[in-house]
Structures are given as structure tokens and as C-alpha cells.
Design a protein around this ligand. Sequence first.
Ligand code: NOJ
Length: 603
Amino acid sequence: MSPADPNPDLHPGSVARGDWWKSAVVYQVYPRSFADSDGDGVGDLGGILDHLDYLELLGVDVVWLSPVYRSPMADNGYDISDYHDVDPLFGTLEQLDELIAQLHARDMKLVMDLVVNHTSSAHAWFVESRSSTDNPKRDWYWWRSPRPGHEPGSPGAEPTNWGSAFSGPAWTYDSRTGEYYLHVFTPHQPDLNWENPEVRHAIYAMMREWLDRGVDGFRMDVINVISKVVGPIGADGRVTLPDGVVGGERDTRWPGVVDTDVFADTPAFVLNGPRVHEFLQEMHREVFSGRPPGLLRVGETPGCPVEEAVLYTDPSRGELDMVFQFEHVDLDSGPKGKWDLRPMTMLRLKQSFGRWQDGLAEVGWNSLYLGNHDQPRCVSRFGSDAPEHREQSAKALATVLHLHRGTPYIYQGDELGMSNPGFTRLEQLRDVESLNHYATAVARGENPADVIRALAYKSRDNARVPMPWDASPGAGFTAGTPWLDIHPLSSSVNAAAQVDDPDSVFSHYRRLIALRHAEPCVAHGTFRMLLANHEQLYGFERSLDDTRLLVVANLSSAADVVPNLTELVAWSSAEPLIASVPGSSPAPTDPLAAWESRVLRLT
Ligand code: NOJ
């Protein structure tokens, strides 16, 4: 296969060579839930290949493919046992090559998921590493002795008091060699030791192979977790890892994933660690520099403050092009974390997005998202999934998101206005995070019905129910039994019902994507928030040379909300570009119906 193409500009007049992604829109495919071509109930590469016309019609520029590598699937592919091959559940390497070729033929790009904070415990590196204390790969992972004075393998004997993001301690005891290994996620996902240069260089070599194969970049899974806080060299000749305070104040940068009544506030030891920037700069030198410009590098960075994001995405530092920050998806987490629900308010969302727009205005770049495979459906969370508001709120959220400065990411199904399916029973869930949380919360005495309610709102499975392609019983997703139940609204909310309907959510997304491609102000204009303290209206202005865009949306179910801002009068001669209410051509100062959104242009 030929090396990566030189990434020419995708759309005339829109971009400079290296940063074509500023005017691009990325579409995330979660393969397990996208389309099943062989009837086993699980989505696969054949299913993606069957639906490329749909993606082309939508108009997206890039597909980000969640992991399809070989995996025991303890975390649906985020536990990789072979970085060089496709898991048979998803298809073959030849089909992946075919996908790359077919996307390129349609002027689209493919970005692979890169999961290198950890491997699967079934990866050959870990199998070797765990085989003996003197194996050459022993130090590729974090092995440490039990805490002195404790029975190895018993609670409290863990080398540090860190908790895992998916419940329980972050250490698992391996009786074969009498030591523990570290895993920030499940015990099936041991953390690689990035302090070891051999590990880093093995990863860089693997990344170069994928680029040589033709992929156009990487979405880097929890990339700000790769550098841990370490102490001095211990008596065993290995760097020590420090304990934290149990029951202390929770660091609000990563709410919800670690129980701080039982464990130390672990994020403080694993997020944005002391060598993370050094490692990313080394990755840049070893993997990307010397190649044609324009390979996309987007980092997933939970608990990343805006000042840190500036460092990650400052082009002069050679680290990442943009990051997925988590501030807005943590706004509905209470003091006890992710499952401690508190209402999501539009005002806090606006304040948060506004802070990020300002923070990355001069240096760096935002990625814009409201949903992905780890988050509930954005309509149910930031909008309204009441039958009378679902479609309009899906459109309004999309309008607001896509008109911000940054690169928008669409999670599969959001372009159809999919909502949370309304889980009521544990048996409906499959996700390891959800199942572990249920077991731990109920064991510590929480009311099972309350736990289910929290899962119904926030479980990752909300976003993982199969993509509804048509109104048939299998939703056109599968001819077999789907691995997760089909959405109860699939007979009405599906792609077939929307692609030819000019008033559909899908068509609204098409118009937003087309606008970004056609109007440079969307990608490159400055951002100025309006109506900053308004509790229902979200308004802002974009500006580039002589062009100004005005976006106003009623992000509430209240009817007839008046945009009482005197400066809007100056927009009375503006050209309406996108209106979410079919057939309407409103003046900027007209009251907005529930979840109505407008985009206007002044030149
Ligand atoms: C973030 C991924 O998006 C999520 O799905 C996964 O469980 C964790 N990282 C661990 O890889």
C-alpha cells in the first residue's frame, strides 16, 4: 500500500495545507454498533463499507474509527491484544485497507483510534511481562511489590491506594510472581510504562506502520494518562509511586470515576503527568515529522484544564492538533462524581464553552463535541427528548456546536436526533463501567432503583445501541440478534426516514456541514459570546474580514423567548443562512420558539 497521501486541501478556498481540519467535520464510527454485515449481531467493517454513500451524503470529511484491532473485548476493543491486526469479529485487514481506499476515493480520511496508555492483558507484551520478574519486558508495565506488612493479594496490600476508573483498586495481584500490576481502567487493561524508552519506541514503530498503510491520523485514547507521578528510586531499584490521601477533597478535574471515600484521588497522580508533553513531542519527532503535513492528531484528555490544552495544541510545540476536553460533560456530575447526578443547565454549558473559546482563541484549537461512545445521547442530556422537542433540540444543539470555532465531531446517530433509549433494567446493559458501578454501588448499600436511574441517564450504553438504518425489526442494523437492544424509537427515528426529508435532523446537519465548507468565517472567524448571562438563549458572533455571522438559539423548551439585545437591531438586514424551523425566515430580533436556532450573515 502506498504511503499516506499528501493531504491536499479538501475544500477549495477553505484551508491552508497543514490545518485542513479547521474546516473539516469528523464523524465517529463505533463499529460494534454501526452496521452488521454478517448477521452475528455485532457491527463490522463490512457494515461500514456498505454505508459510505450515507457518510458522503452527510458531507463529513473524516471518519474516526473506534478500535477494530484484535481484542478480547473486555472494554469493547479499548483492550488491544494485537495492534497490527483486525479482530475477526470486525472483519479483516483487507477490509480495513478497502475502507481506507474507498474513503480516499471519496475525498474522505480515516483516523484510527490509538490506545497506548494500556494494552490488553492478552497482548504478547504483557504475557511476556507477567511470565517472570526477570523477563526483558517486565519493566514494560508497572509491576510493584505488595505493601510491606500486608498479606499479598488481600485488601490494603496494593502498592498504592489508587483507584481504577472502572471501580475497585487500580492494582491487581498476580500470584505467579507475587507482584501487582497497575491498571487505571479494568484489570484486563494493564498500563504501559512510558518511562521505559523501549515501550515508547515500540509504540512509535507501530504508529509509523499504520501511517504507511494509509491512515490519516489518530484519535489518541486517554493520552494525558501516559505519564504518572513518580517518586524517587526505591529499594528494589524501581521508581516509587506515591500514596494519596483517602477521604480528602476530590479533584474536580476528573469527577466521578474514583471513589474517594475508599481510594486516593487518583487523577492527581495520572493526569497530565510530569513527562506527558515531553513524550508527545518525542512522538511528534519519531512519528509525524518528516511526513507530509496534515496528519490529524486529536488527543482524548479527561481532566485537562484550558491552560494545559493550550500547551497540548500550540502548533509551535509539536504535540497535538486538538484535544477532547471534558469540562462540559462533567457539568452534570455532583461532588461525589459521575453517578452523583445534578441538573445540566444551559448557562453552565455556555459559560464552559465560552471559557474554552476564549482560552484557545489565540493559540491552539478546540475540538467540539456533545457526544461520543462514552457519553449519553446529547439530545437527552443538553436538549430535550420529550417527543415534541426532540427533533428541534437536536437541530439547535447542532447549530450551536457546529458554529463555534473548532473542529466539530459528530457521534453516529446524533445526526438523526437519537435519544437515550430509556434503560429500566440492568439486563439491558453490557458496558463494563456500568456493570461494575452497579455491583459496587449496590454492595455499599445504595438503592438499586436509584443506581439504575443514574445508569439510564449516564451509562455509556446509551450511545452504543445500534444505529437505526430503517424501520425494520433489526433497524437495518442486523439480520440477527443485536448485541444491545435496538432503540425503541427506531421505527420512526432512522436514516431511511430522514435522508430525503429536507426538514429532518439529518438534512439540518448536512446544511451545517456544507456551511462550514463554503463559508471561511465558520472555520476561521473570531468568536464573541453574546447574551452571556441569559438562561435560555445561546448567542454568539463570528467574524472574519468583512463577514460576520450571528448565531442565536433558544436552548430551552420555553416558547417565544425574545432576544433582548439592542445590538441585534443592526442585524436586521442580515441574510438568513440556516433556520431550524422549516420554511421560516425570521428577523434577528423575532422571538424564538422552543429550541429554535438561527444563523445569519452580514457582509
Ligand atoms: C477512553 C475510551 O473512549 C473509553 O471507551 C475507554 O473505556 C477508556 N478510554 C479506556 O481505554
